[in-house]
Design a protein around this ligand. Structure first.
Ligand code: X8Z
Ligand code: ZN
Length: 636
């Protein structure tokens, strides 16, 4: 099959298809050319016609081949991520190598269709554009370098980085016995302890063990991944990643800054309020009244969300609760499956289908006993045919209930577009994919939670509004600068702006600049703190989460309008609303079949990403924070 489709492409390229008009017509042997001899130099239009025909054949053949290699890789990855063993790791590396090789080859072949892209029918054009610019980022895939040895090493290093993270444990001798803690256990400590030295031990343990273990692998990974990006026509991985948004790479970078600048004042207010509270809890020595906050005190291993500090930061204590963790954690009340059923019921209330039986049979809801597994939550369509699954180690907390909704957002997207050609089976952009479930979470209002029996009572008053907004902001506003800086760091790393001996310093320079957060202990260039965050060793681009943080409010505003909601945005829930559900489903079913700007426009009437919906949502909290922060020197 490969041969029959490659051969015509090769012949077309070999006959100088790009500039046929310059090929001189050879005189026929034995005399002057006559008028009835067809000129060898065909008019450009014929060459285009041939390219257009070839392009269509190419995408058809590509679809079949891609499906085969992507399904094989997903199966191998699933086996490894749910049961990390040397054999599974090797099989996954092998299958990924095949994907990397295949995609690199396909992209190189597809480049010759670029001159006729505008003349192709929209579906063929979109498939080619997605292959050339989007799929290495959203799927994501590290295209193979030209040198097979490098390609082999790239796949091996990538597999090792992923497994090292998944297997990561911090061990110590306690009374002569070795006691080991995994990321979930260490995270639990950071979430719940209020003793700074206990939090520090967990923070330092994870960063010193897993971060450092990734350091040399990552240093090897960067030039190999860059060689792959170069092989398919990009200057480096940073440029490849920034080129996935239907606009020039520079324009995309400027767009992320523009969005962040819209939101920065809100983050600064939250930072200021949080710092003052932490200063009162821990004193000037640990948390100075001005300046940055140490990273181990915010209730999250990476200080990326601060929701576990809610009780300490609660604006109006003594009101009806907004957090459902106590209900979920009640002994025997909920199990993992029941939590997933709650999330599924939200989607079906919008008119979306129930999850297939295979979802319940094949998903991983808990860490398998006695096995190493990658607990970082993810959602899959392993067969690219509605073979939906999630992989999580579910904890009975509010945060995890939100994450389940997040993951099902991915699954419902995958399900809605699973009948499209494989190159269109993606989000409009990767930020869309991350935003679906989070949009649903915005509709989990106190009324909704009460209806589901997750909150005992709801009372409507201004204080509860502010409490709830604080709870949400500690997740979503606190996240913003982190969501932005992770890939600002990687862009600088892959572009070569920062050299390996500066990797860790640069990480902390950006964390300070954007988040106002500093390391709790002195870090050295031998440390590699970015390696302590899943997406760096797993090579999953991160800007998607920043985009999603913005987009989910834009989606929420549009869907609430469709649902006929007229009150404040933070009071809206689209639960059970079919009009909103239809609009949502239409967007999901489009997959990546059109530029994201068009898909955004179809649902929201807006052509650009825009943070005003998020600002509108948090307007009450912003007012509260500004009052609370009066007299403070905010910023750092
Ligand atoms: O990685 C995730 C999801 C899977 S796509 C659980 N998230 C980011 C993270 O954990 O760092 C969701 C929010 C940000
Ligand atoms: Zn996600």
């Amino acid at each position: 099959m490969r041969k029959t489709f490659l051969l015509p492409l090769f012949l077309a390229a070999a006959c100088g298809a790009s500039k046929p008009e310059t090929v001189p017509a050879p005189p026929p042997s034995g005399g002057e050319p006559t008028t009835d001899i067809t000129p060898v130099a065909k008019p450009a239009v014929d060459v285009d016609a041939q390219l257009i025909t070839d392009a269509k054949a190419f995408v058809t053949a590509t679809d079949a081949e891609l499906r085969k290699v992507l399904v094989a890789a997903a199966e191998a990855e699933w086996a490894n991520q749910t049961d990390i063993t040397p054999a599974h790791e090797e099989a996954a590396a092998k299958a990924n190598r095949i994907v990397n090789d295949t995609v690199a080859r396909m992209i190189k072949e597809a480049r010759r269709f670029e001159p006729v892209l505008a003349k192709l029918d929209p579906l063929t054009r979109r498939q080619l554009q997605n292959l050339l610019y989007q799929m290495t980022v959203s799927t994501p895939i590290a295209p193979s370098p030209d040198d097979p040895k490098q390609a082999e090493e790239l796949a091996k290093v990538a597999a090792e980085m992923g497994s090292t993270y998944g297997k990561g444990k911090v061990c110590e001798q306690v009374k002569g016995k070795q006691v080991c803690k995994d990321l979930d256990a260490l995270s639990k400590t950071i979430q719940t302890t209020r003793k700074p030295d206990v939090a520090l031990a967990a923070w330092k343990g994870w960063h010193d063990t897993v971060g450092r273990a990734e350091r040399d692998l990552y240093r090897r990974y960067v030039p190999l991944a860059n060689a792959g990006a170069k092989a398919i026509g990009f200057a480096n991985v940073a440029e490849m990643w920034k080129s996935a948004y239907d606009m020039p790479a520079d324009a995309f970078e400027a767009e992320t800054d523009r969005l962040y600048n819209q939101l920065k004042p809100l983050y600064e207010q939250l930072h200021c309020y949080t710092r003052r509270k932490l200063n009162k809890m821990h004193g000037d020595k640990l948390v100075p009244k001005t300046g940055s906050i140490p990273a181990h005190l915010l209730g999250n291993m990476w200080a990326q969300t601060w929701g576990w500090l809610y009780k300490e930061l609660e604006p109006y204590p003594g009101q009806a609760p907004v957090d459902v963790t106590p209900t979920l954690a009640k002994k025997g009340a909920y199990d993992e499956q029941k939590m997933v059923r709650i999330a599924e019921a939200f989607y079906t209330s919008l008119g979306m289908p129930a999850l297939p039986d295979t979802f319940w049979q094949r998903s991983m809801f808990q860490k398998p006993a006695g096995k190493d597994a990658i607990c970082h939550a993810s959602a899959w369509d392993v067969g690219f045919n509605n073979d939906l699954r999630i992989k999580m180690c579910i904890q009975k907390t509010h945060e995890e209930l939100d994450t389940i909704h997040h993951e099902l957002g991915h699954n419902y997207y995958q399900s809605a577009y699973h009948k499209l050609p494989i190159l269109l089976q993606n989000g409009a952009n990767d930020g869309f994919h991350e935003a679906i479930g989070d949009t649903v979470v915005l509709s989990m209002t106190p009324d909704y939670l009460k209806q589901k029996g997750l909150l005992a009572k709801t009372v409507k008053n201004d204080k509860i509004v502010i409490n709830r907004q604080m709870n949400t902001a500690l997740e979503k506003v606190a996240f913003l600068p982190w969501g932005l800086m992770v890939d600002k760091w990687r862009w600088d790393v892959f572009s070569g702006k920062v050299q390996p001996d500066q990797y860790n310093d640069h990480w902390w320079a950006l964390r300070k600049q954007y988040q106002g957060i500093v390391p709790p202990v002195v870090r050295a260039p031998t440390d590699f703190d970015p390696g302590a965050k899943y997406h760096v060793p797993a090579n999953v681009p991160y800007m998607r989460y920043f985009l999603a943080a913005v987009l989910q409010f834009q989606f929420h505003r549009a869907l609430c309008k469709k649902a006929g909601h007229t009150g404040p945005l933070h009071e809206c829930s689209i639960y059970g609303n079919k009009a909103a559900g239809d609009a949502f489903s239409t967007m999901l079913a489009a997959g990546a079949a059109k530029p994201w700007q068009d898909i955004l426009f179809d649902m929201t009437g807006e052509k650009a990403m825009d943070a005003t919906a998020m600002l509108e949502y948090f307007a009450p909290l912003k007012g509260y924070l500004e009052t609370q922060n009066q007299g403070q020197t905010c910023g750092w």
